[in-house]
Design a protein around this ligand. Structure first.
Ligand SMILES: Cc1cc2nc3c(=O)[nH]c(=O)nc-3n(C[C@H](O)[C@H](O)[C@H](O)COP(=O)(O)OP(=O)(O)OC[C@H]3O[C@@H](n4cnc5c(N)ncnc54)[C@H](O)[C@@H]3O)c2cc1C
Length: 497
């Protein structure tokens, strides 16, 4: 299709929406818009502009000589119904793969030894994760009064507390170092001392605000659960899922659904550099092409790219978008013959607290989590290095990076000989960092977008870095966009494959 061609705005097809970025957020938003518009009988056409020749963003599954590994996320938890609704919408339920039961077992490196993270408070008390003094301090959480200014970070950034500070205040220094620091490294590739609790884990702020503390919240929610006989949302729960064929299955199905719909299209190789508004309609330009006549723009590219798109339109907005930092991360897939690994690999994997002074952030025992990722008689490990706290490792060459990781891993996993597979993926800007002030910045971004009208920003840079958060946001946003465009509350979209 030539640039400037594309979907025609025929009679009754006057609402056209541009989505920039064909990652899971952009693709899912485009589909949600189409489905909702169809359900309410609104003629609406959607065009997704993707920089690369392939769609999917970070959701990409690689295969090599019988090995299968992920470029970005290795799965999603089933505790977010929006992703499962999307799975059903795409007819992917039969391809869903549940992680093994062994994957419930997670380990931390503590004083040089791997310790399993206990799943019950009783088991925690007898574990070696914390010293007796650390456990005692943790138990005193019940006595720590709640902060008075909780929940105000978006309007008063001075009240925005880091994850580390929160952990130390409520549960003690040792808990923050041993438990929170590695969790933040594992989820965000970030540093607990540099990330905002309210932006990264808003539920924790709600629990302290509503119940006066975390243990009090656990007790109250536990009681409510027993009374009602159902699950509560006291903390992250859910089982990790992927697809037979890996996470790419989800984004490939999304792109296919959009491309088989006459009212939507995906333009690949469009590295958008500008969006502009004239006569009430938006235009989108990239080197070698442009399209105009869009009623709304949904920018689902990473924040640093969105900053470029808006540089001419609104320099202050562009500066706010550019100020959202990203952590770098190197993902190193290592395959071994089973006989060359003495560890039983019976679990999900391990995370490494910063105080252990290692270069490894963590390692997943991938072939223990999902079946079919390694050839017979082999195992697959997925190692992470770098992160916001150690960006220098990104500049090492391949051999040096593998040496660095193996120096930490060899003894812990009992590795012998050379790996049968090595694959390195360097994510220079892997994961958005929700630093203190993020919620206030988000508010400024939303206000600026609202001033321009029909401009929206979505994706992992803003309101949740996980696939689940991105998909959930697309449903909410699709409703909001349709309401703004048509004035009518959108009808419930039909869920049909
Ligand atoms: C190493 C790693 C591990 C992760 N692990 C997990 C996990 O286990 N579980 C989980 O839930 N999440 C995980 N995540 C996060 C997950 O990858 C994100 O939630 C998800 O990819 C966000 O999707 P997105 O569409 O917002 O962004 P992206 O996936 O970054 O997609 C953005 C898209 O925009 C395109 N684009 C960029 N600039 C332009 C432009 N100028 N014009 C047009 N298009 C442009 C890009 O090419 C890309 O396709 C991980 C991320 C990384 C990097």
């Amino acid at each position: 299709m030539r640039d400037g061609e594309g979907l025609k705005s025929g009679p009754g097809a006057n609402v056209r929406v541009a989505v920039i970025g064909g990652g899971v957020a952009g693709l899912a938003a485009a589909l949600a818009l189409r489905d909702r518009a169809r359900a309410q009988g609104t003629p609406l056409k959607v065009t997704v502009f993707e920089k690369d020749t392939q769609t999917g963003g970070n959701l990409r599954t690689l295969t090599q000589d019988g090995w299968q590994f992920e470029w970005g996320p290795n799965g999603f938890l089933d505790n977010e119904p929006a992703t499962l609704r999307l799975v059903d919408r795409l007819g992917l339920r039969p391809r869903l793969v549940r992680s093994s039961d062994a994957a419930r077992r997670r380990f931390l490196l503590v004083n040089g030894c791997l310790e399993e993270i206990p799943l019950s408070p009783k088991a925690f008390l007898s574990s070696k994760l914390l010293s007796p003094r650390g456990k005692l301090r943790m138990a005193r959480e019940l006595l720590v009064p709640p902060r008075k200014d909780l929940g105000r970070a978006a309007v008063d950034p001075a009240t925005d507390e880091t994850i580390d500070r929160f952990g130390e205040r409520r549960l003690g220094r040792e808990f923050a170092d041993v438990m929170l620091d590695p969790m933040v490294k594992g989820v965000f590739g970030g540093e607990a001392k540099q990330l905002s609790l309210a932006a990264a884990f808003p539920r924790m702020v709600e629990l302290e605000r509503d119940h006066g503390g975390l243990f009090r919240a656990m007790i109250a929610l536990g009681r409510a659960k027993r009374r009602k006989g159902r699950r509560t949302d006291a903390g992250p729960t859910g089982v990790l899922h992927s697809f037979d064929g890996g996470m790419a299955v989800l984004v490939d199905a999304l792109a296919a659904a959009l491309e088989s719909d006459p009212d939507s299209e995906v333009v690949r190789g469009a590295d958008v550099n500008t969006i502009a508004r004239g006569d009430g309609l938006w235009s989108v330009s990239w080197p070698g092409g442009s399209r105009d006549g869009f009623t709304a723009v949904l920018d689902a590219a990473p924040a640093h790219a969105a900053a470029r798109h808006t540089a001419e339109l609104d320099p202050a907005l562009s500066r706010d978008l550019a100020a959202i930092p990203y952590a770098p991360m190197a993902v190193i897939a290592l395959g071994y013959a089973r006989k060359n690994v003495s560890h039983d690999l019976n679990g999900f994997g391990m995370l490494v607290p910063g105080r252990e002074k290692r270069n490894l952030l963590g390692a997943l025992w991938s072939s223990s989590i999902f079946p079919g990722l390694a050839p017979d008689g082999h195992v697959l490990l997925r190692c992470m290095a770098g992160g916001a706290g150690n960006p220098a490792v990104m500049d090492l060459d391949d051999a040096a990076l593998v040496d660095l990781v193996l120096k930490d891993l060899r003894g812990l996993m009992g590795l012998r000989g050379e790996p049968a597979l090595v694959n390195i993926i360097r994510h220079r800007r892997a994961i958005a960092q929700y630093v203190p002030g993020h919620l206030a910045r988000l508010k400024a971004i939303d206000e600026a977008a609202a001033r321009h009208g029909s401009l929206y920003f979505l994706g992992s840079a803003y309101r949740g870095i996980a696939v689940n958060a991105c998909v959930k946001e697309t449903e909410i946003l699709a409703d909001k966009v349709l309401t703004a465009l048509t004035g009518a509350r959108p009808a419930q979209a039909e869920v049909a494959p």
